[in-house]
Design a protein around this ligand. Structure first.
Ligand code: ATR
Length: 286
């Protein structure tokens, strides 16, 4: 048995009790044999930085960041990946030393989403027409990575069209560099013929209907909600009723965790068995 102190990681947020990340990372640890502990770190709403500094001083090597601290985490990082800078939000911090350049911030949400769509759902994004709903933190976190996967078009539709417009403007250069058409609008009259719908709104949380017409999608399109568990139920029922392939956000969650593990440990765990195990756990959960 090693007497070395164990490397500690955590999901930092408020609330965090519901987070599945500790289960996912426990499965990565069992699979890889990496010596680390992954915990939940509940941070007071006005005490995010103090909580992280305390955690780092107590052996923390890094953390995932969840609601509502992803923007604060962006500002706390001494260095950021280009995708995190573009998103303006950080969901992975690695507590590098001052000599190493200081805390490193990244955003694995978008990469996780892209991997889930391309590998798990077997829908390569290149050339597709994508309809992304919502212009809050969830959509901002993934837009850069979606663009980098080079679909033909991303149409960003949001209840408040001005927020969609602002997000599109902040990504215009990135989209041009990747040859991707980027458009913004409200939720009405988004057009038709989309291959992929991604719901990044929080509409499902409040039990609201899917905030766009099914006529926008091609038959057999993939319809993905970033929510999972009971929150995604209504969306999945809607997708099935219209003949779309419905998908929840559990795959994205596992894939972003895999990306985080890679950023911290330099190795990528196998995500497919972890996703299957998590689905089985949730299926039997009360
Ligand atoms: P998050 O960080 O989870 O994205 P957020 O920043 O509060 O949360 O953004 C929530 C998103 O869901 C917004 O795009 C919001 O639309 P507005 O910008 O018009 O507020 C969208 N949203 C929330 N409830 C909705 C509903 N019932 N119908 C359509 N869009 C909704």
């Amino acid at each position: 048995m090693s007497t070395e102190p164990i490397d500690r990681y955590a999901v930092a947020g408020n609330p965090v009790a519901h987070s599945r990340s500790p289960d996912i990372h426990a499965m990565f640890v069992a699979q890889t044999g990496e010596r680390l502990l992954y915990e939940r770190l509940l941070c007071p709403l006005d005490g995010f930085e103090a909580s992280l500094r305390g955690f780092a001083a107590a052996g923390g090597c890094g953390c995932n960041v969840t609601v509502p601290f992803k923007f604060e985490a962006h500002d706390l990082a001494a260095r950021r990946s280009p995708r995190a800078a573009l998103a303006g939000a950080v969901n992975v911090l690695r507590f590098d030393t001052e000599e190493q350049g200081g805390w490193f911030g990244d955003n694995s949400d978008g990469l996780g989403l892209v991997r889930d769509i391309e590998h798990n759902a077997a829908r390569p994004l290149a050339g597709l027409r994508v309809l992304l709903l919502g212009a809050g933190g969830a959509s901002a976190g993934v837009l850069g990575s979606l663009i980098a996967a080079r679909p033909a078009e991303i149409h960003l539709a949001n209840r408040s069209a001005d927020k969609a417009q602002a997000l599109v403007e902040s990504h215009a250069d990135w989209a041009a560099q990747h040859g991707v058409r980027l458009a913004a609008s409200g939720l009405e009259n988004v057009g038709a013929g989309f291959d992929l719908l991604i719901n990044g709104t929080s509409a499902s949380l409040s039990g609201a209907a899917v905030p766009v017409s099914a006529a926008a999608l091609k038959p057999g399109a993939l319809a993905l909600d970033m929510m999972y568990g009971p929150a995604a139920r209504g969306f999945l029922d809607w997708a099935a009723a219209h003949g779309f392939e419905g998908r929840d956000g559990l795959g994205m969650l596992v894939e972003q965790a895999g990306e985080s593990f890679l950023i911290w440990r330099g190795r990528r765990p196998e995500t497919a068995p972890v996703l299957a195990a998590l689905r089985a756990q949730l299926a039997v959960a009360p």
